[in-house]
Design a protein around this ligand. Sequence first.
Ligand code: NZQ
Ligand code: ZN
Length: 385
Amino acid sequence: MQDFEFHNPVKILFGKEQLVKLSDHIPREQRVLMIYGGGSIFRNGVYKKVIKALKKHDLFEFGGIEPNPTYETAMKAVNLIKEQNIEFLLAVGGGSVIDATKFIAAAALYTDGDPWKMHSEKKVINASLPFGTVLTLPATGSEMNKTTVMSRKSTDEKLAFASPLLYPRFSVLLPEAAGFLPPRQVANGVVDAYVHVIEQYLTYPVNAPLQDRFAESILLTLIEEGPKAYAKPSDYESMSNLMWCATMALNGLIQCGVPVDWSVHNIGHEITAFHGIDHARTLAIVLPGLWKTLKKEKKEKLLQYAERIWHITGGTDDERINNAIEKTVDFFGSLGVKTRLSDYGIGRETIDRIISRFKKRGSLKLGDRGLVTPVIVRKILECQL
Ligand code: NZQ
Ligand code: ZN
């Protein structure tokens, strides 16, 4: 096992009766800005409940955060915060609203010029406003981690940034609200959480059996519960299980002491940057390509994955691995998530654009051992044309 530090300070309030406690977790004297997206919170009843829970607070609102949240919109919220002397932020919605709130929390106190530098130059930050979240969509794990992923329209960029100052103070997880999701978003959530686990599990063995089994338990639960939540989002039990899986998939626990990859995400973000495709769908495209391309390098973990997740024990190593890749693609397909670039109308030109962008950013060596160079990125994406 590799050395690790683990600290996760996020308080989780999970379930049906938690929203009423909101006011206990936000200091009464602070001026609060509620941040939300395109209006789903008006339709699923969460907006009214938040207003009621915070009736004694001085509450302001900022709506209109987009899926794949943009720097341009988030900066408008930063201006509002400065004008109104806001002291506490509350994100209400999915991963996009939470990510935007993290960016806004840091940008409001940023003193080194354009806050976009946090993402583009990975600047260390020294301050951020405190914030909490109310989660209505199981997918990203943003509710319990320190990462934000923001897009900048003017440059077609989508970049991540992380800081220990960006952990939410608390997150209220609402499976009931997620019952209003369209099946497409539920499918996105299952696939995103699945690939988060894979990025921290399917690397190379370091004798960390507990982390492996944590990871495998999340994958197996997603395979069991994900399709039920997809078929009927209002099924509270399966949505609850999906939501907890998604949170546990990316809160730092399963990455303790093991190598991590994240090349699927890095490549996927570029596809979204150029084409606006849902985050999870880009992962479903890239993952099979990565496995086909790095079959030899990831062989041990791919065989373990084949046996423990898909119960594949017969055939040659190569056959087992191919079978596991096929099962994974079929699983995504059963949720209506397609895995070829052509399924999304994307051709070779995009591959060229992604490669030239990666080259421009300097020597690219993604993945658990830095094996994913621009040449490998090309191979991965060409497998998925
Ligand atoms: O904007 P509103 O009106 O709220 O509608 C949203 C949005 O249209 C809707 N929605 C949310 N909750 C709902 C609902 N509709 C009905 N009922 C509900 N209860 O769903 C749509 C998608 O929402 P979004 O927040 O964009 O989805 P998701 O949670 O999948 O977040 C995706 C973003 O997170 C980033 C992705 O790159 C993408 O930008 N990620 C963030 C990560 C992190 N911070 O750690 C890690 C991930 O790998 C990912 O990169
Ligand atoms: Zn993701």
